[in-house]
Design a protein around this ligand. Sequence first.
Ligand SMILES: [Zn+2]
Length: 185
Amino acid sequence: MLLYILLCLEVAARIALEVRERRLTQMRGGVFAVLRLIPLVNDIVPLPEYRNEVPESKFVKLHEEGHKALHHAVLRNLMKVAFWMVAVWFLAAMMVRWNASFIEAVLWLHMVAIPFRVLFHFYCWNQEYECDKYALEKTDKKVAKAAMRELAACEIPYTTFFALVYREHPTAMLRSQRLLQKVIK
Ligand SMILES: [Zn+2]
């Protein structure tokens, strides 16, 4: 029973988040916006991040070099493996100890995973900031500013809260704020 109450609350919260996003950004959500409301489906539906492809500038290349130098992919994958191991244990425990059906166990996992997903996004955001800093140290403020401007032009402008729930990348606004202490538009 509790599970179904939580699922209804989740859908209501996601509708509220979606409405808030549409109002603040004045942009249409499209079919993905509907899919994001449905539990389990919203775990796999992708979030489009860019309107246009971001040009391969020197800054972008150095940012990517930063990911490699700081072993970010390995760290992210280790976290994912750890999460999946806990998830399998969780499913088994739900079914064996609590006599939940497979579907119920999966739905519980989906609920429990929501805050962990946000934490994971926060972790990824810090990696992105680190790489922006890495690229800035190897170039200069002018290059970084131009790169942030390009990024902002290519990006779909989500709000911070929405991005934290759904995105592994911080928004261009947050990145320029963190990197250059001002918002580049
Ligand atoms: Zn990156």
